[in-house]
Design a protein around this ligand. Structure first.
Ligand code: PLP
Length: 431
């Protein structure tokens, strides 16, 4: 399978090259040259398959023979060693819990898969790969955890000082080894800008092999389609057609769900639920894509003003707005509505949602007002404990701290403070 650049000014590359480069030399995102639907029989008998078998069938066409099947199966087994349960919340509303992995956010799936692919590809290479990544919250922890101890790979994580939760910060600053955290005096957008500048900086590129572990990397983006299939498998038994509501920031997760649909999985509709960073809801209203600076919210992992994967979604629909609109609706909610939803879900159903999941819930409920009786699943993208302060203050109930999180609570946070791109550059070049 080849991957081409969406800017069309760079040659197509193999899976391996797409993973190592992260982004094409013309600054375009890589995109698979084709999607071959899985056979009908796959969907007809999906409940007889294990999650590992489902994942292998779904990802194989993208990886092709660049990783031997046995190795790919091992990578999948290591990536998917936790559960993806669907929990019924109320009539016609369920949640897909994606937080049972080591850092308790859905990003564990993409980060672990990518780390192992990169580990496989860098075996026997002379130069180390440096993974440079900006985080608005959960990426940092998932990437740090996924790449910890992977040989031949160094990881540098940029995060905005004071804008990630205490637990998120601990997850990315306490591991050590091949992981370094840089605390940036600025916003997530500033971090992202620095990372993008580094990728264009000839002085850096001639010194090191840089790659990105944000969802622009195909090895982080594509494996996210797995759990849409796992959800389908669970809901199919009940004969229900699914509306998926995905709390969205950079739009990699929802775009992976659309790839699952492209592979033949039946989906009734997609909802992209956002916080006040509403570039995509505005686009769906006005057909104008106008990026803007991000605003800080309680669902901080979605504080993105220019979602990098939205271009992939537009491309999936050949930039045909009418076709996209048939399959996607997008709504935005502010923090007040989000907290009210967290309280409502808790009081009515005894379920504690995190702020991101609550935004997904709101998106689904809004859709169901227009389409009463439809069955929907909103994605619970992180465990509520990761947003302890907001959750405890909103639902007024103590949240039990799971062992994965307890492990990082007592460790010392270590990071290097930087203020400017020049400081990042000198760190990278002198490291
Ligand atoms: C990253 C993240 C999101 C947004 O996912 P995208 O793929 O960037 O749209 C939503 N919720 C949580 C908890 C996240 O960590």
């Amino acid at each position: 399978m080849k991957f081409y650049s969406l800017n069309k000014q760079a040659p197509p590359v193999s899976f391996k090259e797409a993973v190592i480069r992260g982004i094409a030399p013309d600054r375009g995102l890589y995109f698979p040259e084709s999607f071959t639907p899985l056979p009908d029989s796959f969907f007809e008998t999906i409940e007889e398959l294990s999650n590992h078998e489902i994942a292998f069938n779904a990802i194989h066409q993208f990886v092709s023979d660049e990783i031997p099947n046995e190795e790919l199966k091992k990578i999948l087994a290591n990536t998917l060693d936790f559960d993806f349960p669907i929990v019924e919340i109320e009539e016609n509303v369920a949640t897909l819990e994606l937080f049972h992995g080591p850092t308790m956010a859905f990003k564990d799936v993409g980060a672990r898969f990518m780390a192992q692919c990169l580990g496989y590809f860098s075996k026997g290479e002379k130069t180390d790969v440096t993974v440079l990544v900006a985080t608005s919250g959960d990426t940092g922890g998932a990437v740090a955890n996924g790449f910890l101890g992977v040989e031949g790979v160094k990881v540098v994580i940029l995060y905005p000082n004071g804008k990630v939760s205490d637990i998120q910060e601990r997850q990315l600053t306490t591991l050590g080894q091949n992981i370094t955290a840089l605390k940036v005096d600025g916003t997530f957008d500033d971090c992202q800008k620095m990372v993008k500048t580094a990728f264009l900086d000839e002085n850096i590129l001639k010194e090191m092999q840089l790659t990105s572990a944000n969802s622009i990397n195909v090895a982080r983006w594509l494996p996210q389609l797995f759990y849409f299939l796992f959800a389908y498998k669970q809901a199919k038994v009940q004969g229900k057609e699914i509306v998926f509501s995905i709390p969205s920031g950079n739009f990699g997760n929802i775009c992976a769900g659309m790839v699952a649909q492209r592979l033949g999985m039946p989906v009734k509709h997609f909802i992209a639920a956002t916080n006040v960073n509403d570039t995509v809801p505005q686009y769906m209203l006005t057909k104008e894509y106008t990026p803007k600076p991000s605003t800080a919210t309680i669902s901080n992992a979605m504080d993105v003003g220019d979602p990098s994967n939205f271009i992939r979604i537009r491309h999936l629909y050949d930039d045909n707005f009418e076709e996209l609109e048939k399959n996607l609706s997008s709504y935005s909610f502010d923090d007040k509505e989000t907290k009210a939803a967290m309280l409502e879900i808790f009081e009515k159903n005894g379920y504690i949602a995190d702020p991101h999941g609550a935004v997904g819930y709101l998106g689904l409920k809004k859709h169901q007002k227009k389409q009463p009786g439809s069955y929907g699943i909103f994605l619970e993208t992180a465990h509520p404990v990761k947003f302890l302060d907001v959750v405890v203050e909103t639902v007024d109930k103590e949240v039990e701290i799971p062992p994965q999180i307890q492990k990082v609570m007592s460790k010392e946070k270590k990071s290097i403070s930087i203020k400017s791109y020049d400081e990042l550059k000198s760190y990278l070049l002198n490291e």
